[in-house]
Design a protein around this ligand. Structure first.
Ligand SMILES: CC(C)(COP(=O)(O)OP(=O)(O)OC[C@H]1O[C@@H](n2cnc3c(N)ncnc32)[C@H](O)[C@@H]1OP(=O)(O)O)[C@@H](O)C(=O)NCCC(=O)NCCS
Length: 183
């Protein structure tokens, strides 16, 4: 794994929403705490459920824990837009590397106000690129089988889905190295 304890400046890019809005994507910083909480605390119940697969709002404490990042085994990329001179976090994509397998669990959310504008697809593409550069062997996620949007996007980007009958979820998987078997 090529991760580091210091802030990974190199993982920064600009994407464009379908409506033309410029969106900065960069690793999360500890000082983003309040902006990140602002995004998570204003998600609709449906979006919150699809992201966490639980019907409970996310606490400030948890969001604060997420901003303490050891970049050797975790990565969180946030998408920001600037409105009236103020930066706002509108999406968050993150993965946690399992040191024993070298694979990482990924999860992401785009705020309701910004969904269906092409941001999730581009953010996921960039997250895959970052994971590959960090030497992650494969990315996986557990998703609700009713989540047509993420199924559409991940299919497009090459993830394969497997039905997990014991949890009634899909496990989706994308190998990032040629030697990793598709599970
Ligand atoms: C899933 C999510 C991350 C996608 O981000 P997004 O910015 O809304 O997605 P995009 O606009 O990039 O792409 C949406 C795609 O789904 C397609 N889509 C939308 N509704 C659909 C449906 N009901 N069935 C199939 N495809 C659908 C769109 O046409 C688009 O595909 P296209 O670009 O090929 O036309 C976002 O909607 C979200 O945060 N959802 C709630 C949380 C979640 O589900 N997280 C993922 C699990 S961790």
């Amino acid at each position: 794994m090529a991760g580091s304890t210091t802030y990974p400046e190199e993982f920064q890019t600009v994407i464009r929403a379908k409506d033309g809005t410029e969106v900065l994507v960069r690793p999360l910083k500890p000082e983003d705490r309040e902006k990140l909480y602002q995004m998570y605390s204003t998600l609709s119940k449906e979006t919150n459920y699809l992201r966490f697969l639980i019907r409970k709002p996310i606490t400030r404490w948890l969001v604060e824990k997420w901003t303490e990042i050891d970049y050797r085994e975790k990565m969180a990329l946030v998408a920001l837009v600037t409105r009236s001179g103020e930066q706002e976090i509108i999406a968050d994509s993150r993965f946690y590397v399992d040191k024993t397998t070298g694979e990482a669990e990924i999860a992401m959310v785009v705020h309701d106000n910004w969904q269906n504008k092409g941001i999730g697809t581009q953010l996921l593409q960039y997250t895959i690129e970052v994971a590959r550069k960090m030497g992650v062997k494969g990315l996986f996620a557990y998703i609700n089988p009713e989540n047509k949007r993420i199924i559409h996007i991940t299919n497009k980007l090459g993830f394969k889905a497997k039905w997990m009958s014991e949890t009634i979820e899909y496990k989706i998987y994308l190998p990032l190295t040629k030697t990793t078997n598709t599970k």
